[in-house]
Design a binder for this molecule. Sequence first.
Ligand code: GLN
Length: 342
Amino acid sequence: MFNHLKKLKSTVKRKMVSQVAQQTRTIETDCLEQWIEQYRGESSRGKCAAYIPALKEADPTQLGICVVGPDGQISRAGNYDALFTLQSISKVISFLAACTHHGIASVLEQVDVEPTGDAFDSMVRLEMHKPGRPFNPMINAGAITVSSLLKGNSTQEKFLSFQQMVERMTGRKHQINEDVYRSEWQTANRNRSLAYYLAATGFLACPVEDALDVYIRQCSLEVTAEDIAKIGLILAHDGYDPIRKEQLFGKELARVTKALMVTCGMYNASGNFAAFVGVPAKSGVSGGIMAAVPPRGRSGELPFACGCGIGVYGPAIDQYGNSVAGVALLKHMASTWDLTIY
Ligand SMILES: NC(=O)CC[C@H](N)C(=O)O
């Protein structure tokens, strides 16, 4: 009798908890849906990237978001299921993969951790600090160096080690968008020059065209906002996947990576983003933004107080290469939900 009562009590309690969770989820999703409609119009202040011709084909008015919490709570709104290519968000993952293979210290011998304040594809500083390594792994020069360092002796092996890192974090298989890959390969004159310069100065660990091929392939991998939100969540929890309960990479690597995201992740708009959103994030020119929100001890009342990963997609980008509507949405969300780490 006593046992029966105890079981009944715990079932009632579980039901109540799940109802509360359900309710919270709905409130958060409601907020996100409302904000998406509020900020969708911001996309008219930007344009889809045109220097990679295939990216121009995207619908600039799309805006989607997915937020994932450590207990598996997911809130999605807008065009959250749209597929887009990782582009520069891939730089975070290739850095994780290269450091997992070589160790942080030896990767940092080839690429520094200093912000530049220049455009992501700039070459101006490479020659100014002779024979300096590229400034950081989040600009193209540094990312091409990192791609050349990926584990493996061929482009296939190197790309595979990148792809496996992505798939370990998202928990699913990903494909390359062949049109975007081809389009970038055919128009990559600037990145090609960067890669040749890196080879000339001894900062490329494989032949130029191989490094470029791996880099462009990783940029063309297709994901959804939910995929990058999951990666953001793992970074927020210092390399630990709280949903599958598995440590995927070390704490120190997670911390170095988040510091790079804060200082360089939004390129030469990283200062503004740090001031008005205030979380480690990485953008890509296809319109994705991945953010890692660590647990906030301040109040259990806050939405996603135990931290979360955020994935945003809005293909109209600004002069810095960041999603215009995506950044506006994140600014609103950060101030309302008190997301900042500062
Ligand atoms: N900012 C970006 O997303 C740049 C990535 C793109 N593939 C390039 O190298 O130009």
